[in-house]
Design a binder for this molecule. Structure first.
Ligand code: S3P
Length: 183
């Protein structure tokens, strides 16, 4: 197998607006992997947007679905898996992510994230009177969870999606070289 192609699935985690879906699609295209996305799987299940699912059934229900679709993804091979920003809130999800593949945390500075999410209307958690404050609070609370789950971290601030994909590829290769040297 080409050394550029990962030996396992690659799972992308990170806050809303960190580029998981766009970078994930780019990586899948390069490696000819399948691209799967937990939010898209949930949307398909109900033929509804994430906003509709939150408002009709509530967040707890959405979190249950998130866990279900992740479980259904076990057994995937040659896949890039993009996850919703809250996937790390459940420890049981993190355990599943580890079984699925290499976990890459896409980070970005708070200002970068804000610029990316401020105009979006499809993120229910930010549809309130103080979206920036909410974003900052969630980011602070979740960052340690992403850090604890991640095998490696790539900062996407100021980069195009294809540049972030380049970095992910490079970091995965570094890791592989390391594990070869250590064995
Ligand atoms: C969420 C992030 C969203 C989506 C849902 C909840 C979160 O996905 O799963 O709105 O809790 O951070 P993105 O990270 O793709 O925006």
């Amino acid at each position: 197998m080409s050394p550029q192609i990962p030996e396992s699935n690659v799972v992308l985690i990170g806050f809303m607006g960190s580029g998981k879906s766009s970078v994930g699609r780019e990586l899948a295209r390069r490696w000819r992997f399948r691209f799967v996305d937990t939010d898209a799987a949930i949307r398909r299940r109900f033929s509804k947007s994430i906003g509709e699912i939150f408002s009709i059934y509530g967040e707890d229900f959405f979190r249950e679905q998130e866990h279900e679709v992740l479980r259904e993804m076990l057994g995937q091979q040659r896949a890039v898996i993009a996850t919703g920003g809250g996937i790390v809130l459940q420890n049981q999800n993190v355990a599943l992510l580890r079984r699925l593949g290499r976990i890459v945390w896409l980070t970005a500075s708070p200002d970068t994230i804000w610029e990316r999410v401020r105009m979006s209307s499809h993120r229910p958690l930010l549809q309130n009177q103080d979206p920036r404050g909410t974003m900052d609070r969630l980011l602070q609370a979740r960052s340690p969870l992403y850090a604890a789950a991640a095998d490696l971290t790539v900062d996407s601030s100021g980069l195009l999606h294809c540049e972030v994909a380049d970095r992910v590829v490079a970091r995965l290769l570094e890791r592989r070289a390391c594990s070869r040297n250590q064995s």
